[in-house]
Design a protein around this ligand. Structure first.
Ligand code: FE2
Ligand code: FE2
Length: 241
């Protein structure tokens, strides 16, 4: 069952809950002159996600499909989206494009953005930040929408359960629970803490986000700077222990 919620003006959260994993998979749609989808979702999610997007825009208008890193929940259904929307172009890091995306999953080649580069979509402006190994993977990057102050933070702030679309509650505490639970099982070392993690997270905090749009869990509305500073501590304590 896929649900659709507007979490900020013209920013929609598309959420599918998998009870087997107690996990939500979220995608975000920006309704703008050049509509942009963040994360394709796994291929199994495509029919439900397609229906949700079609409630907001005519599918064929979808122009950009952005994602953080090469993984099934980030870009697994890219080909399906590109088939449905003839002008849909993937947007990712240069490393993602040349190492995996264009060869494995793109129907038409990706647009890679340089660190700090802005992609205007109309009223919104998407800034790309190259963030290797944050949340994880060499090719990782994150997108910050500057007008609304929304950071699309991929696996950062991962919260389990079928949680509410938007919250002002303690998402860092929920994130700590997930990390601790994963550390004890087959998903151990889900997110690394490397020599550059603190600097990368400080750079994200300095953006002063008003909203943290998580791929798994609620979108946090509140003091994004403080939440990112707290998340750095949690990651250091739990993973780097
Ligand atoms: Fe991931
Ligand atoms: Fe993910």
């Amino acid at each position: 069952m896929t649900r659709l919620d507007e979490v900020a003006p013209d920013i929609f959260r598309i959420s599918t809950f998998f009870p087997e994993g107690n996990i939500q998979f979220n995608q975000f749609l920006l309704r703008d002159e050049e509509p942009l989808l963040i994360h394709t979702g796994n291929r199994a999610l495509f029919p439900g996600a397609w229906e949700a997007v079609a409630k907001v825009i005519p599918i064929e208008r979808l122009r950009w499909v952005a994602f953080s890193h090469f993984e099934a929940d980030e870009c697994g259904a890219l080909r399906e989206w590109q088939q449905a929307a003839p002008h849909a172009t993937p947007v990712c890091s240069y490393v993602a494009k040349v190492v995996s995306v264009d060869d494995v999953v793109a129907l038409r080649p990706a647009l890679s953005l340089d660190d700090g580069e802005v992609l205007p979509t109309g009223k919104y402006r998407i800034r790309f930040l190259q963030t290797p190994h944050v949340p994880h993977a060499w090719d990782a990057g994150l997108f910050f929408e500057e007008v609304s102050g929304t950071l699309f933070c991929s696996d950062l702030f991962h919260q389990n359960g079928d949680v509410e679309p938007v919250t002002g509650r303690d998402v860092v505490g929920r994130f700590r629970e997930v990390l601790a639970e994963y550390q004890a099982g087959p998903f151990a070392n889900y997110l690394p803490y490397t020599s550059t993690t603190a600097d990368t997270l400080a750079r994200l905090a300095a953006l002063d986000p008003k909203r943290l749009a998580a791929m798994h869990g609620s979108t946090y509305a509140g003091d994004g700077r403080k939440a990112l500073e707290d998340l750095e501590r949690v990651l250091r304590e739990v993973v780097n222990a």
